[in-house]
Write a protein that binds this ligand. Structure first.
Ligand code: SAH
Length: 225
């Protein structure tokens, strides 16, 4: 690589360019993601602001990256996939997110639904996520430091719930907090590889769809300072 370009890359400018973002979108499209609103939102959301500066040059690779505290920012493919599944039956007004992490998935959702309620167990991660969303002027998000296994009962029901950490079992509280017709997208399983599931609340009972094999960090117990 020419020296000048190398220098730009190191400073995180090259890899955060519009062209690099376009390449990512093209790749997601080729991998079968087809919701134009979701792809457009990913295109215009600066993922490099959601990782440490030292990793900014990798922000538009289709890969999960470390965000500290043993956690990761989700892979763009997975963010797009889960968001598409959530929105597949039409627009949503109230969405609960479990696992704020860097706030990247939160930022994508905030641009596609009316209101987002986001629960995270690690307070410092949530504080950083809050700052990032403020910088991006995304104001329709409310954060809560707490245990995602419990959802956020006070504000239930939700039309959509998305969980960005793998649950050993589907948390009963989340099923309870789904509105009729509401959709829950969640990786389920206790091992390294889990199953992405879509669960829809019907008039009576739930319909469960078992989808892709995925890899998420685990949904842990209890809030943490
Ligand atoms: N969507 C985030 C993914 C972060 S990784 C992003 O793209 O940045 C999963 C997140 O779930 C971590 O931040 C982790 O702290 C959080 N988490 C794990 N168990 C949790 C629980 N029981 N309640 C709330 N958040 C939890």
């Amino acid at each position: 690589m020419p020296r000048e370009q190398d220098e730009l890359m190191r400073r995180g400018i090259g890899m955060t360019s519009q062209r690099t973002r376009e390449r990512l979108i093209q790749r997601l499209y080729e991998e079968g993601l087809s919701n134009a609103h979701v792809l457009e939102t990913i295109r215009r959301t600066p993922r490099h602001l959601f990782v440490d500066e030292a990793l900014a040059h990798r922000a538009y690779e289709d890969t999960a990256l470390p965000i500290g505290h043993n956690q990761t920012i989700s892979q763009p493919y997975m963010v797009a996939r889960m968001t598409e599944l959530l929105l597949a039956a039409g627009p949503l007004d109230k969405v609960l997110e479990i696992g704020t992490g860097s706030g990247y998935q939160t930022a994508i959702l905030a641009q596609l639904v009316e209101r987002v309620f986001s629960v995270e167990r690690i307070q410092v991660l949530q504080d950083k996520a809050k700052e990032r969303l403020a910088v991006l002027n995304l104001r329709n998000v409310v954060f809560r430091w707490g245990d995602g296994w419990e959802g956020w009962p006070a504000l239930a029901p939700y039309n959509g719930i998305i969980v960005t950490a793998a649950a050993a079992d589907v948390p009963q509280a989340l099923l309870d907090q789904l509105a009729p017709g509401g959709r829950l997208v969640i990786p389920v399983g206790a091992g390294d590889v889990q199953q992405l599931m879509l669960i829809v609340r019907e008039e009576q009972g739930f319909t469960r769809h078992v989808l892709d094999a995925v890899r998420f960090v685990p949904l842990l117990n209890g809030p943490l300072a």
